[in-house]
Write a protein that binds this ligand. Structure first.
Ligand code: FAD
Length: 513
């Protein structure tokens, strides 16, 4: 058993932003499932939204965020996000983050549903990697931070209703117990619950599943944002083709070569993501849909070096070729329910970033607001943890429900089981939902429960977590008998009368205003 002051699960933007501050008052252990640089953060392309132009700019950023969230944004949290954003981004600049500049001035681009050009980017389309590298450089220089790679948190330790640590599985398969004054879940999203996703392999919703098993409230799990334009070629990865391409003028065209967005939304290609994703799905019934930049007069290779290099592998070029696209699961608006200070419903447990549901995104995230959320709420939650944490006793009562006993499932059988779950989720609880599909998903989920993978390998742990996350999505989506934001029900295409958040806690679903 080890003892630290603060345990941070996840080394993306939220975890590192918190760890850097927590280290001012105690020893911080940051764990991450793979290499430090492997997180959703590192894959972020388009940029980070921030209103650095004074009060009016901040007010407009808030207005855009509220509008994108379709009636469910927590105004207080969103105000914190946009107001504290500029200060936190200034800090990133001080720590050496190299956002792109022109004539010494920061460059800003525009993305869907933003009323202004306010997205900072780095190395063209590699913003996340640049931020991750500069945060890691800063964190590595702080002796009170220990960064532990290839370590998977398995379950939270709960004593007398308070979270006091976690069990961790190391790279060699050894289990260790770490106690802490406070635990932060900064474990990111859960895109891997769907067969088609832009998210890397680490995004299996572990933090959400761990928190739920320990009794924490989880909110708005039915709101999964499907990115409209992931690369769609047989055998190729679902690589993200950033919204910034449309920000720079890309059209969407169908198999007949027609631009079609005017039939769906007045903002055309820059309509909210859910509208664009559904439009592509509808148009895609008759054949592939493409991004078309043949009319854009810009050096696209210089502006989008990462995307251009990826496309070159498939002999495609922005500005010369039509690029095939299809939606893919991208960003989870829901997560572990927190207040505006990052507190969950369990004492001792905090959450920030994509694993958390602060309500800043409501039913739909405004593009490029998530890096900002991780940065701002990572810093904020650290202040809360410092103020509230206290020393823990030494007893251990491991919840341990993910460390299920019994015979061990083979790795091949686990992979097969996970594939079945992900395909079922894509088909029946994906972009377009209805009661028949969701009930089918629920039955499939119960059938899969009978063969839930056993054992203590990382993949077995992930399989069980994906099962929890899938159940939370299906249950919340069935319960929400309306369409709102990223949640679209063919059988309930309209908004309900009152905008409410879904909350799942200890097996019970409720809706609260
Ligand atoms: C392809 C892509 C492009 C994107 N582009 C943008 C963009 O341009 N702008 C924007 O704002 N957002 C973008 N996003 C979203 C954004 O990147 C994420 O929402 C954000 O980075 C999440 O940060 P985080 O710190 O919460 O989690 P992450 O960055 O995902 O970090 C999670 C960390 O938790 C660790 N972890 C997970 N489970 C465990 C476990 N059981 N034990 C130990 N460690 C664990 C992971 O290893 C990782 O270190 C994009 C996402 C993707 C996938």
């Amino acid at each position: 058993m080890e003892r630290v002051d603060f345990l941070v699960i996840g080394a993306g933007i939220a975890g590192l932003s918190a760890a850097i501050r927590l280290a001012a008052v105690g020893k911080v252990l940051v764990v991450t499932k793979e290499e430090l640089a492997e997180s959703n953060t590192a894959y972020a392309q388009g940029g980070i939204a921030v209103a650095m132009g004074g009060d009016e700019d901040v007010a407009l950023h808030l207005k855009d965020t509220m509008a994108a969230g379709d009636g469910l944004v927590n105004r207080e949290a969103a105000a914190v996000l946009v107001e504290q954003g500029p200060r936190r981004v200034e800090e990133l600049l001080e720590w050496g983050t190299g956002f792109d500049r022109e004539n010494g001035e920061l460059m800003r681009t525009r993305e869907g549903a933003h009323s202004r050009s306010r997205i900072l980017h780095a190395n063209g389309d590699a913003t996340g990697r640049e931020i991750a590298v500069s945060l890691l450089r800063h964190a590595r220089a702080i002796p009170a931070i220990e960064l532990m790679e290839w370590t998977t948190s398995v379950d939270l330790l709960v004593e007398d209703g308070r979270v006091v640590g976690a069990t961790l599985l190391d790279g060699e398969g050894g289990l260790r117990v770490v106690r802490a004054r406070a635990v932060l879940l900064a474990s990111g999203g859960a895109g891997q619950v769907y067969s088609d996703t832009t998210n890397p392999a680490v995004a299996t919703g572990d933090g959400i599943a761990m928190a739920y098993r320990a009794g924490a409230a989880v909110s708005d799990m039915e709101f999964y944002q499907f990115h409209p334009t992931a690369f769609a070629m047989k055998g190729a990865p679902r690589f993200l083709l950033s919204e910034a391409l449309r920000g720079e003028g890309a059209y969407l065209v169908n198999a007949k070569g027609e631009r079609f967005m005017e039939r769906y939304h007045p903002l055309l290609e820059l309509a909210p993501r859910d509208v664009v994703a559904r439009a592509i799905t509808m148009e895609g019934i008759d054949g592939p849909v493409y991004l078309d930049m043949r009319h854009v007069q810009k050096d696209l290779k210089a502006r989008f070096p990462g995307i251009s290099a990826f496309l070159a592998k498939y002999r495609l070029e922005l500005g010369r070729d039509l690029i095939p696209v299809r939606p893919a699961a991208h960003y989870l608006m829901g997560g572990v329910k927190t207040d505006v200070h990052g507190r969950t419903s369990l004492p001792g447990l905090y959450a920030a970033g994509e694993a958390a549901c602060t309500g800043v995104h409501g039913a739909n995230r405004l593009a490029s607001n998530s890096l900002l959320e991780g940065l701002v709420f990572g810093a904020l939650v650290a202040e809360t943890m410092i103020a509230e944490s206290r020393d823990q006793g030494s007893g251990i009562r491991d919840q341990g429900s993910a460390s299920s006993p019994g015979s061990v499932t083979s790795e091949a059988a686990i992979e097969k089981w996970i594939k079945e779950l992900r395909e079922m989720m894509w088909k029946d609880a994906g972009l377009l939902r209805d009661v028949a599909g969701l009930e089918r998903a629920k039955r499939g989920w119960m059938t899969l429960a009978r063969t839930i993978p056993r054992g203590l390998s990382r993949r077995a742990v992930e399989a069980r977590n994906l099962h929890v996350v899938a159940g939370l999505i299906i249950e919340s989506a069935l319960g929400r008998k309306e369409s709102r934001g990223a949640h679209f029900r063919n059988d309930f295409p309209q908004h309900g009368k009152v905008a409410k958040h879904s909350v799942m806690e200890r097996g019970k679903l409720s809706f609260v205003a």
